[in-house]
Design a protein around this ligand. Sequence first.
Ligand code: UDP
Length: 235
Amino acid sequence: MSVKYKRVILKISGEALSGSAGYGIDFETVNLIADQIKEVKEMGIQIGIVIGGGNIWRGREGIGMDRTTADHMGMLATVINSLALQDALERRGVETRVQTAIEMRQIAEPYIRRRAIRHLEKGRVVIFAAGTGNPFFSTDTTASLRAAEIDAEVILLAKKVDGVYDKDPMKFKDAIKFDKLTYLDVLNKGLGVMDSTATSLCMDNNIPIIVFNLTVPGNIKNVIMGQKIGTIVKE
Ligand code: UDP
């Protein structure tokens, strides 16, 4: 099997970094993810990464708070996660740049599209932190936006489950997994793969999404090699 994608956006939810605890950062888990990223980077794949912040803070959790302030906190949470992953990657000899959508120049580069593409071409992993920089958006939308901007061929949506089901597979034994869905299926059935803003952006720009299980070692590589795992969302 040959490499199917050359430039990808990998979206990792904040929760995926938290291991079994479900909150905070579990460094053993971060190391395992970094190993998988290193593996595909060494195959010559250009990888942009978007990390969520849900393991630390989500804007909608700030009940009673001003939503914009709560979302600013969420975007800062993604920066914390991004720095943790950058550190794990660099310790493995993988050159990595963090670019933030909200300027914090002492910590990371500001997001500059052309510069991000240049890093990718030079074989550096680019982590897009601080979401889109705007409140009321999600890191799924960030993944869609950055994928469109850098011309990524696909969004790899890393989850703790192995695809999209018709109902929660943790709760229902008879849940059925979809191998393939259209964007409209996701929107109409309210499947919760991605939020509707993110899904619409992918639909309008024809960017396929592959939902797969990140906790299986080697799975990022398997997806990039075109193995039919998880669920693919496309037209
Ligand atoms: N966020 C935001 N704008 C963005 C991206 C993220 O305001 O463009 C905030 C929002 O509060 C969100 C939090 O950052 O809840 C963390 O992101 P997300 O919920 O997407 O993380 P995940 O669920 O993937 O861990």
